[in-house]
Design a protein around this ligand. Sequence first.
Ligand code: SF4
Ligand code: SF4
Length: 110
Amino acid sequence: MARNGLMIDYEYCTGCHSCEIACKQEHNYPVGRGGIHLSEIITERPDKSLRIDYLPFPTQYCNLCLPRTTRGEKPACVKHCQAATMYFGSLAELAKLMEARPHSALFTPI
Ligand code: SF4
Ligand code: SF4
């Protein structure tokens, strides 16, 4: 059976936290727990200006929304991503999408 995952094209992530909120609501996680966590990464460019990237990464509590995806629905975080920059699918499908997305990350939480 094909293994599934999440791919995030973080070039377009705005850091809005909607994926975190959607996950918490879907799973009714208590305060301090969630299936996805947003990181802010600040780096300095050669000209000394700052670059800020946002990268959400699934935690050990992510089950890839199995009840939803077995019904044919998108994971909650993917459905509610405000920038439509999260993708769910088989690793082969996601790897193909990544070829045209230089700032992307692939996660296989389960
Ligand atoms: S796939 Fe589901 S469980 Fe995993 S981070 Fe997204 S909303 Fe949470
Ligand atoms: S919902 Fe989408 S745009 Fe907002 S923080 Fe999550 S991945 Fe980024």
